[in-house]
Every structure is written in C-alpha cells, then in structure tokens.
Design a protein around this ligand. Structure first.
Ligand code: PRP
Length: 183
C-alpha cells in the first residue's frame, strides 16, 4: 500500500519507502561488520517487526538465523497499556548465542526493558538491540540500543509494520496518522 492509496488518513509522510530502505541498508552493513565471524540470531518481535526483519535480513551479507517472539504491550488504541506478557516464546535456545532483537518501534521502552531482562536470564553470548524507529521517551531511558533507524517525534505513526488497530502495517512509507482516524 502506498501513501497515495490512503490520501486523507495521513497528516504527513515522515519517511518514504526509499528513505526507509536506504537507512536499513546502512544498518545492515553496520551489523554485518559488527558481527563479522559470528553466527547471529535475529529475534523479531511480532507483529510489527515483520517488515524490518524481512528487509534487514535480506540487506545483510552474512548468514543469519531468525526466530520470533510475540509480546503484548499495547491495547487496540494509541496508548501503551504497560501490560507486558509473552504470547509466543522463542523456539531457539539462545544460551551462548549472539542475539540481536529486531523491533519496529520503541515507544515507552516498557516492552524492551521486559524483553532484555527476560532474554538475559537465558544467558546469551551477547544481546543487542536494533529498532527501526524510536520515540523521545525511549531515547531518554537507560536502555542501550545499538542500532536505531530513525528517532521520530512523539506522534502517532503508522506504516512499515506500525499499525493502528491492525491497519496500515502494509503501508510502504511511514507517516503520522490524522486525528480524525482515531478520535
Ligand atoms: C509495539 C512495538 C514494540 C512495542 C513498543 O508492539 O512493536 O514491541 O509496541 O512499545 P513500548 O516501547 O511502549 O513498550 P505492539 O505491542 O503494538 O504490537 P505489534 O507489534 O503487534 O503492533
């Protein structure tokens, strides 16, 4: 879906599909270099990270393995609920593995804080974090995120995996949702 297909639903486009792809290529090269000689396990956080995972992994030149977790942190609205629980766990034993968590967005950082302590308790060889988008509140917290696509304003954004009520994930660009859609 292109932003021209949903004219009126977006206030503005923050990043075009080309801009997202270009930034992702830079991050992929950086990750390739940082993990050179190591077998990396990418852990995608469903559902939003599907697009990032698919594009990041294919932009990389190294072999990677992939696994998925599903964690609930949001309701169907626009606010983080603070509720974090595992809906689907990894199938891989990450003990002794080099793990890179792949997220679409870090908003409050609640999900990530939970995820980091949970995954560290499984004794990985290393644990890194990559997110395509990061909001200001998360940028202020102490969690170290090694790879950030874009720091974005504290607005409701959709596209490239980010949804509103299950919609807009398949938008190729990323934009701010018009208030009339959710108010
Ligand atoms: C989003 C996103 C992160 C989380 C970040 O997932 O993918 O996992 O919210 O928010 P936080 O920093 O405030 O915790 P969401 O729960 O919306 O599920 P989804 O990926 O299925 O859209």
């Amino acid at each position: 879906m292109d932003d021209r297909d949903i004219t009126g639903d977006l206030d503005r486009v923050l990043y075009s599909a080309d801009e997202v792809a270009a930034r992702l290529a830079e991050l992929a090269a950086q990750i390739d270099a940082d993990y050179a000689g190591k077998e990396l396990l990418l852990v995608g956080v469903l559902n939003g990270a599907v697009m990032v995972m698919a594009d990041l992994s294919r932009a990389m030149k190294s072999h990677v393995q992939m696994d998925w977790m599903a964690i609930s942190s949001y309701g169907s609205g626009t606010q983080s609920s603070g509720v974090v629980r595992i809906l689907k766990d990894l199938t891989t034993d990450i003990s002794g593995r080099h793990v890179l968590v792949v997220e679409d967005i870090i908003d409050t950082g609640l999900t990530l804080s939970y995820l980091i302590s949970n995954l560290l308790s499984r004794n990985p060889a290393s644990l890194g974090i990559m997110t395509m988008f990061r909001k200001p509140e998360a940028a202020r917290n102490a969690v170290e995120v090694g790879y950030v696509g874009f720091d974005i304003p504290n607005e409701f954004v959709v596209g490239y995996g980010l949804d509103y009520d299950g919609r807009y994930r398949n938008l190729t660009s990323v934009g701010t949702l018009s208030k009339h859609v959710y108010s």
